[in-house]
Design a protein around this ligand. Sequence first.
Ligand code: SAM
Length: 335
Amino acid sequence: MTKDNGLLQDTFNRKHTYLRISLTERCNLRCSYCMPENGIQLSPKSHLMSYEEIFNIAKIFVKHGVSKIRLTGGEPLIRKDIPVILEKLSSLPVELSITSNAIIIDKFINTLKDNGIKSLNISLDSLNREKFKQITRRDQFEKVYDNILLLIKEGFNVKINVVLIKGFNDNEIIDFINLTKELPVTVRFIEFMPFDGNKWDMAKMVSFKTIMENVYNTFTESQIIRIQDAPSDTSKNFKVKGFKGSFAIISSVTNPFCDSCNRLRLTANGQLKNCLFSALESDLLTPLRHGKPIESIIEKAVTAKFKMRGGMDTLEKLQNPELHNNNRSMISIGG
Ligand code: SAM
């Protein structure tokens, strides 16, 4: 590896230009694939990054080449100081975006616009109110759906994230695609991934292949257009001819996109994770609080990044609970 490309380049020549920052470990939903049934041990408030600390850490990443920041969680919008966080981060030369469940997003339309947010990823796993309630353990389907329509009306670019689970919502694949007939959204089907406490089982995962079989059982080959993916895109993008929106598949399990990975993650308690699947964490917050430089810690963490899925480079390894349960739950990583 040449050092010319800086501290955010790893030993596989991947340059990390995208930082995902988790703002909180708390959420106003309880999605079973994300949060363990009995909740998680929350970090004490004093261990969480303040908005100044988030800004100071983000500035260092931006100085070294990060050009895109996504805020996530938990639910990022439940942080009381979200307007200040957005204001601070939007002063940096980055594309800023948010992943949210949209439950309270109607209260933030102007804040989002004022801070240059143009696109949002919104989670919605079912178009059926009862099923939504079952998976999220909260009766909030209408609120989320209405807020998605509001975001579209207000001119935001909306991607809807759908985690598919066999026997639960895999019969809604075509309903979700049909949603893109009139709505200019991208529906992104995500393969169910294993994390601590989410009762993952390979048999519950709906693969890229199965999703496409469903698509071609309904639409003819000539109706489906393959759209060019953006560089470092995690999804494979498609469109039904004549539909206003598009659909995509994120196949982290069966066909991971690690070769072009440009992502790093910062947890709400200030730990840098070099991969979603990696149990390795590097504490940036404690040294920052002691006034120590954190660049060398970042560099070490980036250098330690495995080629594929935090070292789980085969499906056998990924299926080993001793390996994937070593990691945090998704709720406390920040998806
Ligand atoms: N609260 C926000 C939300 O609901 O979008 C942001 C946090 S959530 C952890 C971010 C994304 O991670 C969501 O789109 C969610 O569907 C996805 N996610 C969580 N657990 C997952 C899993 N086990 N497999 C695949 N995706 C998962």
